[in-house]
Design a protein around this ligand. Structure first.
Ligand SMILES: *[C@@H]1O[C@H](CO)[C@@H](O)[C@H](O)[C@H]1NC(C)=O
Ligand SMILES: *[C@@H]1O[C@H](CO)[C@@H](O)[C@H](O)[C@H]1NC(C)=O
Ligand SMILES: *[C@@H]1O[C@H](CO)[C@@H](O)[C@H](O)[C@H]1NC(C)=O
Ligand SMILES: *[C@@H]1O[C@H](CO)[C@@H](O)[C@H](O)[C@H]1NC(C)=O
Length: 360
């Protein structure tokens, strides 16, 4: 009988903060189909975020929020009573609000790096978020108005690799061959090392030209790799076959075929993210659509506009946006129930995980 009955790998980073930018990733709303609407909508999302922090996080105070200008890392450092999980939970709601804002007022930028980074925040900040629910994500390959790195492709691998960590840790075929507790402990660590190496492989190899720090490398180091002894993984990666025996090469498990070791990392790319150009001239999902986040229904109406939008990168055509949509201004709305932010429910929000070994 194996001594390890169950290995739990929650999407939790109990001591780590997934930091989202205070003002959102769109620093120049003039590229949006409805830039005024976009600004208003983001301002509203920011205000709810401030209310969420001051009203819902224990010991939250306006002065703390204000002195940090809403910056998550600053608040967590200066006002630790707020709790990282509560800050992340409020950040999660803000990120989904920003998705709504963009889908309605900046629908011509839904494949941009800025939108993709916002979607990445949703995954990193929200607990157990089903990434397939996030609209326009991952962006199709070669999308008009797309980003130099398809961040969604990296994220999909990260989700699959993390799920495989649970599979690996519970793999009866492997566990049943072991009789010594020491073997099982080593095996459990090997699963973690393979997952860590696969995460590195995804970040470095999906977009080899992009600086790893631009697509989450530092977040993964702080939240998952460093706390789980990545530096000591060399011998495990020598001894165990991560790809076939431990299952990480399977397509559904992240499709990883190279497993870098701590002292043998791939070369860092050097590019910052940039939009590759091209124009989306009509809303991808039509004038109105809905998406769901758990039980919450988000109804989106794309803003109509005559704004002639300039884009960065190579402009393939001149855009005259509008036509299909009838509404003006921003109109992202929510229906179907209130958002509940109670810290226990959200405890451990975040994508990189802690691993708890339950030994009986
Ligand atoms: C927006 O961000 C980009 C990239 O970080 C930077 O190059 C640009 O100057 C910024 N624009 C504004 C208006 O701040
Ligand atoms: C959490 O904050 C929202 C505002 O963002 C507020 O409506 C709600 O009542 C707060 N919940 C609690 C338990 O304070
Ligand atoms: C490569 O990127 C990683 C992750 O951001 C960083 O920690 C490391 O210092 C970089 N290495 C070099 C040589 O720049
Ligand atoms: C479980 O382990 C076996 C034998 O090493 C391997 O072939 C199989 O792919 C693993 N299963 C999963 C789901 O990873």
């Amino acid at each position: 009988m194996p001594a390890i009955s169950r290995v739990v790998v929650p999407w939790a980073a109990l001591s780590s903060l997934a930091v989202a930018t205070a003002a959102g990733y769109f620093n120049d709303t003039s590229v949006c189909a409805d830039s005024k609407g976009m600004e208003k909508c983001f301002a509203k999302a920011e205000k709810s975020y401030a209310n969420c922090i001051t009203g819902n996080c224990s010991g939250g105070s306006k002065s703390c929020y204000d002195s940090c200008n809403g910056d998550a890392l600053c608040m967590a450092t200066k006002c630790p009573n707020l709790g990282v999980d509560c800050i992340n939970a409020c950040g999660c709601v803000r990120a989904t609000d920003q998705i709504d804002c963009t889908a309605s007022s900046c629908w011509n930028q839904v494949y941009s790096c800025e939108y993709q980074q916002t979607a990445q925040d949703v995954l990193n900040l929200c607990l157990n978020f089903d990434m397939d629910q996030i609209p326009f994500w991952p962006a199709p390959a070669e999308a008009a108005g797309g980003c130099s790195c398809n961040i969604g492709d990296v994220a999909r691998k990260e989700v699959q690799i993390s799920a495989q960590l649970t599979e690996c840790s519970n793999n009866k075929t492997n566990l049943n061959k072991m009789t010594e507790v020491g073997d099982m402990t080593n095996y459990a660590q090997a699963c973690i090392c393979c997952a860590e190496s696969a995460i590195i492989s995804a970040i470095w190899n999906v977009c080899p030209n992009t600086k790893p720090s631009e697509i989450g490398a530092d977040y993964w180091y702080d939240a998952f790799l460093r706390p789980h002894h990545w530096d000591e993984c060399g011998p495990y990666l020598e001894k165990y076959d991560c790809g076939s025996d431990l299952g990480f090469a399977a397509e559904s498990a992240g499709d990883t075929h190279t497993f870098p070791k701590p002292n043998n990392l791939p070369k860092n790319g050097t590019e910052t993210l940039f939009n590759t150009g091209g124009v989306l001239s009509t809303p991808v999902s039509g004038a109105t659509f809905t998406w769901t986040d758990g039980l919450l229904l988000h109804a989106i109406t794309a803003a109509s506009t005559n704004n002639v939008v300039s884009v960065t990168g190579t402009v393939i055509g001149v855009q005259v946006a509008s036509a299909t949509a009838t509404a003006t201004g921003t109109s992202a709305t929510k229906a179907g129930g209130a958002i509940v932010y109670s810290p226990p429910t959200w405890a451990g929000a975040g994508m990189a995980g802690i691993l708890a070994l339950v030994i009986v």
